[in-house]
Every structure is written in structure tokens, then in C-alpha cells.
Design a protein around this ligand. Structure first.
Ligand code: E1S
Ligand code: CA
Ligand code: ZN
Ligand code: ZN
Length: 405
């Protein structure tokens, strides 16, 4: 364990080791976590300097300055560290754009592959961050966004290694994030604070937590089927469960559907049209298993005929055989006819009239054979559509193989 965390391997429970062992685990097996650079090298001061040695021609100077400043801010927001740009004297962290072999025994490799690298804290080259000049550096979603890559590299400059948390900035591969506002995972924050201590900010910043299938407290924002699999949405993540795979796959929503927002509130699949619809606030998106169609989001009023009083959908599900789509909104539900493309008459109706036992206001609903599965908090209600009653109450994560957890 000491070796894994880059501590001196003594086999004894010294202070540093105990600190790691005491890290909260929330009853969840700690499958994902940050690492620190072997030997735990760190800066022995809180106020660090940086310099930009040269500029890429891909971007305007001020865009490079901006990307670098914002990338440092990601870390200064969650730690006691500060970063100041200097133009005279030797900075702690020197930033440069380099071609191929640039004489540090780690040559760049042309477009793609290695994007950048950074050295662990220390004197001289220590902390420095080099960016492959043969990449196309951008300030948008095209590859590669300098702000995002720089924020990752500066994690290394400060002593962090890679994390196995797929939502972490220190995850080893380039990912998607909010364009102008990187979302740190709690794991990144735990990592930097393990090395440098908490932020001086009176309200401690928190990061996003990657959902874990077997977390007993897990709740969902939305669930839909997609071609025989089930996709469970949570914040900026989804968990995908195929009936043929024992484990659920966890990933960022943006990896599958880059133009969808985080925090999807409801979703359903219309099998006969081979589409999925996603809902958030009074907007919806239409997608296939691979792409979001252009022209979305649109508002829910004109397409589905909701009154303006409906501001968001709690949960939705579509029935293949009847072509009916259900929308759950607070205590009521609506029924839409996919073939007539209109809301059925007589709606909304109270949920309790036709779905007794599931309570009012649901988080998510998904269909499987002749059953609707309603989710509220950590509970799940299996509703028999023929018998019109709840036939089982389960934990939300019953779809995942959680064994004894
Ligand atoms: C990817 N990796 C990269 O260039 C090793 N392929 C150096 C290193 O050998 O820094 O790991 C290689 C660097 C990179 C990794 C993750 C850049 C992001 C994660 C999440 S961006 C929102 C984001 C990320 C960016 C070198
Ligand atoms: Ca490269
Ligand atoms: Zn280098
Ligand atoms: Zn890295």
C-alpha cells in the first residue's frame, strides 16, 4: 500500500501512511483514486511562480496566457497554492512549446499521441511543463484544448500522478470537460489536498463524485433503454448495463453524446423510431445511440403539447407495443401518442390513479418486458402493467452485480 501511494516502504504504520488509510471510503470499495508521484515530491512553499518561455502560433498570445492562467486557477481554487506569472528571473514552473526531441530525454512524437508532459516538483527542470508544438492547440472543443491539457499537466507539476477515476482531471487520457470551466473530480481535490492541505477558502470547494454502481446511496437522474441495454444517468456520468456483461460501464455523458448537457432529468427510447429523447428543464434533445441530431435542443411545449406551467419532466418512458409515451411531472402524469404525434385527451392524471404504490414524484422510470421500474431515491418499484400494481420494492442498484456490498 505504501508503494502504491508513493510513500517510503517501511511496512510500519507511520504518520503519512495512517493519513492515507484514514481517508474516507464511504463504504464503497476504493476502486478509483488519485496517486501521487513516487516519493511524494512537493513544493516546499505555497506561492509559486511561472513563466511562459515561448508561444504557439496556433493561438493568440492572450489566449495562451488565458489558458495557462485558468489552468493554474483550477488548482489554486482548491488548495493553499498561488501562482504568479513572472517575466524576469527563473520561475518555478516554466512553460514551453517544443518540437520533437527537445533534449530532456522525452522527445515528442508529432501530431497526437503524446500531447505534453510535465516534471515533478523540484529545482531546475522540476515542475516545468512542455507542450508538443506539432499539436493543434485550441480554445474550443477541437483537439486539443490548451486549457484542459495544461490543467492536467500542472497537476503533474504539483506532484500528482494519474488517477483511475474516469471523471478526474488526472485521468491519463484526454477527455471532455466544460469548455471554460473544468469540473474537478473530488478525487483530484483529495489528491492535491493530500499533498498541500486544504484551501484557505472559508467554504471548501467540492468536486464531482463519479458514481459507483454498488454505492448503497446511489440515486439516478434518468434511465433509458438503448437497443436492449440500460443507461442510467447521474450528473455528468452514465452507467451502462448490458444484460450480457456482468459489470456496468461508467463514463462521461459527453463521451457518447458530446452536445448533451450534464444533469439530464429524464430520458426514453422510442424503439420503433430507433431514437432516444433526453429532457432537461423545458428542453429536449433527440439522438441515436451514437449522435445527437442537429437542431436541438427544442422546447417541450410545441412538440409534445405541454402547457407552459410544466417547467421540467421528472421521468419518462415509452411503451413499444402501444406506441404510448408517459411523462411524469410532480404528482401527475401525461400520455403522448407517438403514432398520432399528440398528447392523449384527459391528461394530466394523478399518478396515484393508475400507478398506485410508487408514491408521488419519481426520479426516473425505465421499462423491461411488461414492467415499469420506478426509481425514487435509493428505492426502486417494480410495477406490473397488467396487474396495475407494485410487485416488488428493491434498491436502486439491483441492476448491477453488487454481491455482498
Ligand atoms: C495526455 N499523455 C498525454 O499527452 C504522458 N500519452 C504525459 C502525461 O504519453 O501528462 O500524462 C502520453 C495528457 C492529458 C491527459 C488527460 C491531457 C485530461 C483529462 C481530463 S483533460 C478534461 C480533461 C487530460 C489532458 C502523455
Ligand atoms: Ca504528439
Ligand atoms: Zn519535454
Ligand atoms: Zn498525465
Amino acid at each position: 500500500m505504501q508503494e502504491f501511494f508513493g510513500l517510503k516502504v517501511t511496512g510500519k504504520p507511520d504518520a503519512e501512511t495512517l493519513k492515507i488509510m484514514k481517508r474516507p471510503r464511504c463504504g464503497v470499495p476504493d476502486v478509483s483514486s488519485f496517486t501521487i508521484t513516487e516519493g511524494n515530491p512537493k513544493w516546499n512553499k505555497k506561492n509559486l511562480t511561472y513563466s511562459i518561455e515561448n508561444y504557439t502560433p496556433d493561438l493568440a498570445w492572450e489566449d495562451v496566457d488565458d489558458a495557462v492562467r485558468k489552468a493554474f486557477k483550477v488548482w489554486s481554487d482548491v488548495s493553499p497554492l498561488t501562482f504568479t506569472k513572472i517575466t524576469k528571473g527563473e520561475a518555478d514552473i516554466k512553460i514551453s512549446f517544443n518540437y520533437g526531441d527537445h533534449y530532456d530525454n522525452s522527445p515528442f512524437d508529432g501530431p497526437n499521441g503524446i500531447l505534453a508532459h510535465a516534471f515533478q516538483p523540484g529545482p531546475g527542470i522540476g515542475g516545468d511543463a512542455h507542450f508538443d508544438e506539432e499539436e493543434k492547440w485550441t480554445k474550443d472543443h477541437t483537439n486539443y484544448n490548451l486549457y484542459h491539457v495544461a490543467a492536467h499537466e500542472f497537476g503533474h507539476s504539483l506532484g500528482l500522478g494519474h488517477s483511475s477515476d474516469i471523471g478526474a482531471l488526472m485521468y491519463p487520457s484526454y477527455g471532455f470537460s466544460d469548455l471554460n470551466n473544468i469540473q474537478l473530480s473530488q478525487d483530484d481535490i483529495d489528491g492535491i489536498q493530500f499533498i498541500y492541505g486544504p484551501s484557505n477558502n472559508p467554504d471548501q470547494p467540492t468536486g464531482s463524485r463519479t458514481p459507483q454502481a454498488c454505492d448503497k446511496k446511489l440515486t439516478f437522474d434518468a434511465i433509458t433503454t438503448v437497443r436492449g441495454e440500460k443507461i442510467f444517468f447521474k450528473d455528468r456520468f452514465y452507467l451502462r448495463k448490458s444484460p450480457y456483461e456482468p459489470e456496468a460501464e461508467v463514463n462521461l455523458i459527453s463521451v457518447f453524446w458530446p452536445s448533451l448537457p450534464n444533469g439530464i432529468e429524464a430520458a426514453h427510447e422510442v424503439r420503433e423510431k430507433d431514437i432516444i429523447r433526453f429532457f432537461k428543464d423545458d428542453k429536449f434533445w433527440v439522438a441515436t445511440a451514437q449522435n445527437v441530431f442537429p437542431g436541438y435542443p427544442r422546447d417541450i411545449y410545441r412538440t409534445f403539447g405541454f402547457p407552459r406551467t410544466v417547467k421540467k419532466i421528472d421521468a419518462t418512458v415509452s411503451e413499444e407495443y402501444t406506441g404510448k409515451t408517459y411523462f411524469f411531472v410532480g404528482k401527475n402524469y401525461w400520455r403522448y401518442d407517438e403514432r398520432k404525434r399528440s398528447m392523449d385527451a384527459g391528461y394530466p392524471k394523478p399518478i396515484i390513479n393508475d400507478f398506485p404504490g410508487i408514491g408521488s414524484k419519481v426520479d426516473a422510470v425505465v421499462n423491461d418486458n411488461d414492467f415499469f421500474y420506478f426509481f425514487r431515491g435509493t428505492r426502486q418499484y417494480k410495477f406490473d402493467l397488467q396487474a396495475k400494481r407494485v410487485i416488488a420494492v428493491m434498491k436502486t442498484n439491483s441492476w448491477f452485480n453488487c454481491g455482498a456490498y
